[in-house]
Design a protein around this ligand. Sequence first.
Ligand code: HEM
Length: 402
Amino acid sequence: MTETADAAGPPAYPMPRTCPFALPEQYARLREEEPLARVLLPTGREAWLATRYEDVRRLFTDANLSADRVHPGFPALLSGQQAIDRRGFLPWMDPPEHTTYRRMVISEFTVRKVETLRPAVTRTVQECLDRILAGPRTVDLVQELALPVPSLTICELLGVPYGDREVFQSRARLMTDRNTSGPDRLNSLVELRAYLHGLVLRRQAEPREDLLSRLAVRYREAGVEDAEHLTGMALLILVAGHETTANMIALGTAYLIEHPDLRDTLVKDPSLVPKAVEEMLRYFSISDHSTGRVALADIELGDTTIAAGEGVLLSNAAANRDARAFERPEEFDLSRESPSHVAFGYGIHQCLGQNLARLELDVVFTALLARLPDLRLAAPLAELPFKNDTIMYGLHELPVTW
Ligand code: HEM
């Protein structure tokens, strides 16, 4: 594989979103003209970028594609990623290891299990809104609602003291920021691991009524007791469980404010909120940069061969706006019945927390529209700090007023 490219070489990836609610402009052309295209990564390596819905789904289920970030051909976007201690990181594992550990945790995230969290999530959301309504009439919705709701929920679920949130929120921010240097990223991870490792040892010694304790018992029963492995799993759930949903809450709120007809429709008929959430997931596809793979053998796709050892980026964002799969894909359409979007990925690594994310987003938007139906932006849309510098799209801040 070529290590670098000259000025006439492949386009640089990630590609910027020039309009906050649109995808990178190049995606539409690539999807039509070059559905499997060469791109240049920040590391100087090249990889393939897949942009069509059918291709992306087919690649997500290809057993010859590995998710192992430590493989030298993996299309890493972040510096320092390949030096990371990967023990316990589910999305970095391949079968059979992945199957063993996913089985261990999957029962905690079924629709039925997650539904039992609805009262607690509702209470958290209502308390956040109480505080917002009792305070000054301009707030940063990221700090006051978008971050606390998923953070508190995931902390309660895992058994991580919420009082320690600064430890993990600050480290998680550094870990997912593309501008963080390799050594700083490693350092954040080491610190977060050390914090969680202490907690894991305490839960192994004295199990409580929380997910971490239940996992400790399950690991022991399965004969795979390993505090480092469990620490990695906890770290992953903690980070994946709050950054993602927080970004969706902030982006979704900004979108509703900017589209008053849609907002009014939802205010009049809150039963449509789950439909709106599904369409937001498809439309924003915030995890477009976290679905890389590396080929373990040659893979034929159309008339192109992905050679063994080459990296592939599966663009769920481009796939989710493919007109072959979605009618009028650029429209935000509450009546959409077309196939499932791939915003949560597809295949064996499909998002473990998707039912939890859906529940949190449903509760947040239903309550927000009921209690603050006339929310407005407190700064022009063009001046909002959209996250073009992290692997997860979203908003750093969302100043609002009412
Ligand atoms: C995997 C997106 C919320 C935990 C994934 C993947 C995507 C994704 C695209 C697949 C990665 C791949 O194929 O390599 C999202 C989005 C979310 C969200 C858009 C919010 C709207 C959550 C939450 C949790 C979570 C709340 C908390 C438990 C995970 C885990 C995996 C994963 C553990 C790895 C699963 C595996 O490898 O088997 N997520 N996620 N996610 N997500 Fe989420």
